[in-house]
Design a protein around this ligand. Structure first.
Ligand code: UPG
Length: 551
């Protein structure tokens, strides 16, 4: 081990220099021409909204001509945030590579998570030359939502305000869409698909239990009195595991908050789509998926097909040959490193950051830790806002002497790490994760057991699923979003998941799920079939459009 760490410059004190203090890459967007013509297979940023066309206008009718000789054109819409952007880009790529579709992805980017990571992800998607990626113009939110509004409110309002620009951009496309696929925050934009007379799908890049709670929330809203978190009994959802009051998703924490109203609205809208795509697979959540389809259970609410198409994940980043991080990982024993990261936006409180540092040190396990400047708790209870740290350098919040003492034990990466590369590395043997669904799937598909550290959004639900149903994770006694987890417990969990006999079942179970995930995605697998069914709907719609153009 020491020989490997010798490769890391001493001055870095276990901090990976090439990955620290990154600057956002320059804006790579290219504007469209005044006629709204896009240079296909290029990532564009629309500089201004296009003019809303009459759907019967000449260019639109001309665009309809000769459709039968072209592949179906599917339009996707991604809301801000890496957790939404990445799954939509991956879905678009899959529709191109497996079904030969033409795909246009409209992106509402935030450019806030992970420094320049969002731009990097967009640029990577563009350079693959598979989908046309178009960034919609930023919306002026100043008059419509207060800056302190909860995350879900901000996302919901932003996606509502973007609707006219989406409509204009679709109208200006060279070929009309065969179908519109929006992500979980874009459901209001499905009305645009109705205007174009094409089917609309919602892609919920999360799991079936989250969807069950979301579509059932309008019913819970009618039958449950008082706050959900104050209920004495778990919330019953037909055919599904009940949801403990403390596990409800963030927007359900306060029924007087606008984000609750938006969440319930979205739950209704999902059921008015022509189908719901999920980033899960049949035999990961068979009971919940059956309930969503059973007319005597949740199916009576959902009514539309549910397509588990996952796990859909982006391809692993290839490390550069100079990467010190990967050189270091290369020299560690198999499955000996725990990776610690809280997704694209999660941060710890100052106190919690100190406890995590001590926990890692006490565990005496090797680690890679993505460190961010700690934050104070935000208004809606999540750790998601930028705080008033005493210093911009996250490392300055670590316990005195930590970097020196752990110099031979682990690496710190500031703000953002090549996560898929780390999780797929043979030296990685555990993941302390915030349980964002993409991170969860990345862990499972690499056979890496987890310590569940839920923070916000639907992560408490995910953590319960991982620990109690899937058996691939352990979690602290008290939720990290409620109480500070102490160093002794952290060290104990790390040792358990990494090395101790007690964790053997978890390691075995995650290896089993990894195989099942691969099977679902393979030729003839359940997820491949589900995506083919969606593709079939798009093809039928394309045929209808072609018939209209040649009556
Ligand atoms: O240093 C980092 C941190 C994150 N990632 C990637 O960023 C994505 C993060 O996605 P996810 O794990 O889902 O977390 P969030 O960004 O927090 O995702 C939001 O969206 C998800 C999907 O709806 C929800 O499950 C989460 O709760 C919600 O917070 C993953 O692909 C990670 O590999 C990196 O590559 N490097």
């Amino acid at each position: 081990m020491s020989s490997a760490v010798g490769a890391i410059p001493k001055t870095a004190g276990g901090v990976v220099p090439e990955l620290t203090g990154r600057a956002a890459p320059e804006d790579t967007g290219v504007s469209c021409d005044p006629a709204g013509n896009y240079n296909t297979r290029t990532f564009h940023r629309l500089q201004r909204p296009l003019i809303l066309p009459n759907l019967l206008c000449l260019p639109y009718l001309l665009a309809m001509a000769g459709l039968d000789s072209k592949p179906p054109h599917v339009v996707l819409l991604a809301s801000p945030g890496m957790g939404h952007l990445i799954p939509v880009l991956v879905l678009g790529k899959r529709l191109v590579t497996l079904h030969n579709f033409k795909v246009t992805i409209f992106v509402v980017a935030s450019h806030s998570s992970g420094g320049g990571a969002e731009s990097d992800v967009l640029q990577a998607a563009t350079s693959q030359n598979l989908c046309q990626v178009v960034e919609l113009p930023a919306v002026d939110m100043s008059g419509v939502v207060s800056p302190g509004a909860a995350v879900v409110t901000q996302l919901a309002v932003m996606m509502r305000e973007i609707k006219p620009a989406l409509r204009s951009a679709i109208s200006a496309l060279e070929h009309p869409p065969a179908a519109l696929i929006v992500d979980l925050f874009g459901s209001e934009s499905m009305a645009v698909a109705d205007e174009f007379g094409v089917p609309k799908f919602v892609y919920v890049p999360s799991n079936a239990w989250f969807l069950a709670l979301s579509v059932y929330s309008p019913i819970l809203d009618k039958v449950v009195e008082g706050e959900y978190v104050n209920q004495k009994e778990p919330l019953a959802i037909p055919g599904c595991t009940s949801v403990r009051p403390e596990d409800v998703v963030d927007p359900m924490l306060d029924r007087t908050n606008q984000q609750y109203v938006e969440y319930v609205r979205m739950g209704v809208e999902y059921t008015r789509s022509d189908g719901i795509l999920l980033n899960t697979w049949e035999d990961l959540q068979p009971t919940t998926l059956a309930a969503l389809r059973d007319e005597k259970l949740l199916g009576r609410v959902v009514k539309v097909p549910v397509y588990p198409i996952g796990p859909l994940l982006r391809t692993t980043e290839q490390p550069s040959s100079e990467s010190l991080l990967f050189h270091w990982l290369d020299s560690q024993p198999r499955t000996s490193v725990i990776y610690v990261s809280f997704g694209s936006g999660g941060t710890l409180s100052v106190e919690q950051m100190v406890e995590v540092a001590w926990g890692l040190e006490l565990s005496q396990q090797r680690f890679v830790w993505v460190v961010r400047k700690p934050t104070a708790k935000s208004g809606d209870g999540s750790f998601f806002t930028s705080g008033n740290g005493r210093d911009d350098d996250p490392l300055s919040y670590l316990p005195q002497g930590f970097l020196t003492r752990t110099h031979n034990l682990g690496l710190m990466v500031r703000d953002w790490a090549p996560q898929t590369g780390i999780l797929s590395h043979p030296s990685t043997g555990g993941f302390l994760s915030h349980c964002g669904w993409n991170s969860t799937l990345e862990s499972i598909t690499n056979g890496v057991p987890m310590i569940a550290w839920p923070m916000y959004a639907e992560q408490r639900l995910n953590a319960t699923l991982l620990v109690e149903e899937l058996g691939v994770a352990i979690r602290p006694r008290f939720s990290p979003s409620k109480a500070v987890v102490r160093r002794e417990e952290i060290a104990e969990m790390i040792r358990k998941v990494m090395v101790e006999e007690e964790g053997a079942n978890i390691r075995k179970q995650v290896a089993e799920l990894k195989c099942r995930a691969e099977k679902a995605l393979s030729e003839g697998g359940s997820s491949r079939k589900a995506l083919s069914q969606v593709a079939k709907e798009c093809e039928l719609s394309w045929e209808r459009l072609s018939l209209k153009s040649h009556p």
